[in-house]
Design a protein around this ligand. Structure first.
Ligand code: FES
Length: 373
């Protein structure tokens, strides 16, 4: 206790706490006084307990808790069962369009109703009390602990926890689904993503009955070598159903037509795994467009320095060295898509990416060090 507190306490006659005639409120008040808390005003909100007004207020608070519990339950149900998976371009009539708003609003309303219920309980049912308090230092003596017990008991009585079982039950009814709503999202971590990170839209076995998949532009036009001049680049997608949509988010690829000298440099630097599959065709090379940092499109091609720049966090990849990262936060090269030209003169992918494109993920397959950069 500070000197300031001691002097303040000395000004008032101390109460003998061993006096059995002391009421609980007097002990509570004495406890406050010892901590230099002065009750300026104290008045029960409802001097006569059980009035119609008090009961009405209890019903309102209980109703708010029940609404909170209802919305928390709806959140859990929607989070688990509402359709959310992408199935092509969705309209406002499709339920997956509403997945995010539904879980946002249900959880939001649940928290809102619970908070309003607690506030209404405090504002409309607790006693009207005004206190002034100085800061308190030091440990707790036996007497202080007794005071604390009486204080807690007084607060419990003031809140009406004993004589308002309806409110306690409705609060618990709301809290149970709210607790469930807090842990339900963890369930999403249990889902096995399967091979969605390792198989892309370029996988011919999965998406084209084993026939090599052609390269197409956003508008569906198939790509021939004469469509990209030396030093140029275009974005290509697998020529399969929905190949240029978000259904295949890891498929977008940059097809670059290198100048003769740059292509020779790249051939000299090619990682063994790309040499084995003859990943280049002529002076053309195809790299995943998905940045290996956190997945932005790395598509700013700087011809002079032969660098690909990701605009999100400025990672740079060396086009003539397997798109290895040379600057910025990305730590892995952009995977190369092995390509060739078919009998009809169109570009085709000879296989899927040899390395999973995009950012790292749990259990990402590793490769020999000379290939995995
Ligand atoms: S996403 Fe490309 S640098 Fe961060």
């Amino acid at each position: 206790m500070s000197a300031h507190n001691d002097s303040a306490r000395d000004e008032v006659e101390p109460v003998d706490l061993s006096d059995p005639k002391l009421t609980r409120f007097e002990v509570y008040k004495e406890g406050l006084r010892r901590d230099d808390i002065e009750i300026i005003h104290y008045e029960p909100r409802y001097p006569k307990p059980g009035t119609r007004l008090e009961k009405r207020m209890e019903r309102i608070v209980g109703g708010l808790f029940l609404l909170s519990g209802l919305f928390a339950t709806l959140f859990v149900v929607a989070f688990i069962w509402w359709p959310w998976e992408y199935e092509g371009a969705a309209t406002w009539r499709d339920p997956q369009t509403w997945y995010t708003p539904v879980i946002g609003f249900t959880l939001g309303f649940s928290l809102l109703f619970f908070a309003v219920g607690v506030l209404t309980w405090a504002k409309k049912l607790l006693p009207i009390e005004e206190l002034v308090q100085d800061r308190h230092d030091g440990g707790s003596s036996k007497e202080d602990r007794r005071i604390a017990e009486s204080t807690v008991d007084t607060i419990v009585d003031d809140m009406g926890l004993r004589r308002r079982p309806f409110l306690v039950k409705t609060a618990l009814l709301a809290a149970a689904p709210l607790g469930l709503a807090a842990v339900a999202p963890l369930g999403a971590l249990l889902k096995d993503p399967g091979d969605m990170y390792t198989v892309t839209g370029w996988n011919a076995e999965r998406y084209n009955d084993g026939d090599p998949i052609r390269l197409m532009m956003k508008d569906g036009a198939l790509v021939r070598p004469d469509m990209v001049s030396a030093g140029g680049q275009i974005t290509v997608y697998p020529a399969i159903d929905h190949g240029a949509t978000n259904q295949f988010p890891t498929a977008p690829t940059l097809l670059i037509h290198l100048r003769e000298a740059d292509a020779a440099t790249l051939r000299g630097n090619l990682y063994p795994m790309y040499q084995d599959v003859e990943a280049l065709w002529g002076n053309f090379v195809a790299y995943s467009k998905i940045c290996t940092h956190v997945g932005c499109p790395a598509s700013l091609y700087e011809q002079q320095s032969q660098r690909l720049l990701c605009p999100c966090h400025q990672s740079q990849f060396n086009v003539v060295d397997n798109a290895a990262p040379v600057f910025g936060p990305a730590t892995r090269h952009l995977p190369m898509l092995p390509i060739t030209v078919d009998d009809e003169g169109f570009f085709v992918a000879t296989s899927d990416f040899l390395v999973p494109p995009g950012p790292a993920f749990w259990n990402r397959p590793s490769l020999p060090e000379e290939d995995e950069k």
